[in-house]
Design a protein around this ligand. Structure first.
Ligand code: NDP
Length: 484
């Protein structure tokens, strides 16, 4: 049977684009359909704009630090509209880079939605049918909000990059990566941030000591973090709510008085302040609400049922170790499979798919010991097991130190960092490394190489310290703080 293409990729995010390019480089005839903007979540409404906002938000502390270091500088004010314009110019540029890479690889681009019709056919929005020997679904995921009346009044991380105005106050719901990162970003940009997390401590699943320090630092920097708390109800605030509301923090500082109209970004269909009631009974009015309550795989209206592709309980495409679905010609990679929701993982799944299908070298993507960073302030970098998971598995030694780093201590800041190694007592291997510090993401990438190679604590110790740095503590911790 002959097909129009060897490979048809649905979704132009990081994973789909990489798989398309690498397959084309192997001589395959490839097409890719994307309904929105090339680059996907990471480039257009995730990692990239988020990181640029992180950079923007860290300047506020820098003004005070600069003065401590002898510079004669005044605190500046943040121009959201100016920054947002620059941000979107950069995203447009990156989108063109992605397009250029695909075109340069001779991948045919369809700027439209595509759905499966059967195991070898996709239908484009125009009604055109295209056949392919292999179909790769790389449609990613989207933010999900709690099932709460009026939840549509809140924003998701998609809208935050498009806000017309910076809100003066915001309620962030959730305690994961996105909630904590945006709590720090918006706090840094001068927004009064309140965060509700339903559990006992933010960043569930990460090392307890590390997430404890992040929570402490977030509070110290002014974030009103409420644990064991969730939104019970919300609605558009009326005049009585506004009259009863007490404006504190930056609202007061910015001159808002009781009854003032609060500006709200016009990114949802609601254009005014939002009244909320929390599970602890607190009633409060916020300029904006951000739901950062997890993401859902994009599997709706994709024709998966028509093609006979099995979808799991959470809406994810079920795949085997080689990213193959129950239909042999259909594969899926990235967030739509709900394995590990990280860009570099989707890219590696795409590469492994090409290796398997187009290079005749069956390759499983490796999901073990994936380093990752949470871009809170300070950042957390982590690889391997938390102390809690490691000690459930085997006897461990824990090496840990926490201190005020030189650079910010000199400037009079109370910021603390944490460096931690969890070590197997039997094999001496480092099972987990957790860093809370400025640039922890940069550090954990390198620590990840050693740990992936199976480094022992003694291997770390054999490395000479780079002095004076924060990361030198990783090779100078001599005595375990505890064994478990
Ligand atoms: P996460 O799964 O990390 O966090 C979701 C949070 O929302 C959890 O705290 C969860 O609570 C809470 N939650 C879920 N449902 C509800 C509800 N109904 N009411 C109240 N709270 C709720 O998702 P994110 O949206 O933060 O991020 C999605 C993924 O994107 C991450 O898992 C990560 O893989 C990726 N990402 C990675 C980044 C990075 O590498 N730096 C940055 C941003 C995202 P509970 O803990 O109780 O379940």
């Amino acid at each position: 049977m002959s097909f129009d293409y060897d490979l048809f990729v649905i979704g132009g995010g990081s994973g789909g684009v990489r798989a398309a390019r690498v397959a084309a480089a192997e001589g395959a005839k490839v097409a890719l359909a994307e309904e929105y903007r090339m680059g996907g979540t990471c480039v257009i409404r995730g990692c990239v704009p988020k990181k640029l906002m992180v950079f923007a938000s860290t300047y506020r502390d820098s003004f005070a630090d600069a003065r401590a270091y002898g510079w004669d500088v005044e605190d500046g004010t943040f121009d959201w509209a100016g920054f947002r314009g620059h941000l979107h110019t950069e995203l447009d540029r990156l989108e063109q880079v992605y397009r250029g890479l695909l075109k340069g690889s001779d991948v045919r681009i369809f700027d439209t939605r595509a759905r499966l019709k059967d195991p070898h056919t996709v239908v484009l929005n125009s009604g055109e049918e295209v056949t392919a020997k292999h179909i790769l679904v790389a449609t990613g995921g989207r933010p999900s909000a709690p099932d709460l009346p009026n939840a549509h009044l809140g924003m998701s991380s998609n809208e935050i990059f498009l806000m017309d105005k910076m809100p003066k106050s915001i309620l962030i719901v959730g305690g994961g990566y996105i909630a904590c990162e945006f709590a720090c970003i918006l706090n840094g940009l001068g927004v009064e941030v309140t965060q509700y997390y339903r559990g006992a401590q933010i960043l569930r699943g990460f090392d307890d000591e590390a997430r404890g320090l992040i929570a402490e630092m977030m509070r110290e920097k002014g974030i009103n973090l409420h644990l064991g708390t969730n939104v019970l109800s919300m609605r558009a605030a009326d005049t009585e709510d506004l009259a009863a509301a007490t404006f504190t923090g930056s609202d007061a500082a910015m001159g808002a008085a009781v009854g003032d109209t609060i500006d709200r970004p016009a990114t949802t269909d609601h254009d005014g302040p939002i009244w909320t009631k929390a599970t602890n009974g607190t009633e409060k009015v916020f300029d904006a609400v951000l739901f950062a309550t997890g993401r859902t795989p994009n599997t709706e209206d994709l024709g998966l049922e028509a093609a006979g592709v099995t979808v799991g309980r959470r809406g994810e495409i079920s795949v085997d170790d080689y990213s193959q679905t129950n239909i042999p010609s259909v594969y899926a990679i990235g967030d739509v499979t709900n394995r590990v929701q990280l860009t570099p993982v989707a890219i590696r799944e795409g590469m492994a798919f090409v290796e398997t299908v187009f290079k005749g070298n069956p390759t499983k993507p490796d999901h073990d010991l994936i380093p990752s960073a949470i871009f809170t302030q300070p950042e957390m970098g982590t690889v391997g097991l938390s102390e809690e998971d490691a000690r459930d598995q085997e006897p461990v030694e824990v090496y840990c130190t926490s201190f005020r780093p030189m650079q910010t201590a000199f400037a009079g800041r109370t910021d603390r960092v944490l460096m931690k190694l969890v070590v197997s007592r039997e094999t001496r291997k480092v099972l987990g490394c957790h860093i809370v510090a400025p640039q922890a993401g940069e550090m954990i990438q390198l620590a990840g190489v050693a740990i992936k190679m199976g480094a022992t604590k003694e291997d770390f110790d054999r490395v000479c310290a780079v002095h004076p740095t924060i990361s030198e503590e990783l090779v100078t911790m001599k005595t375990p703080v505890r064994t478990a």
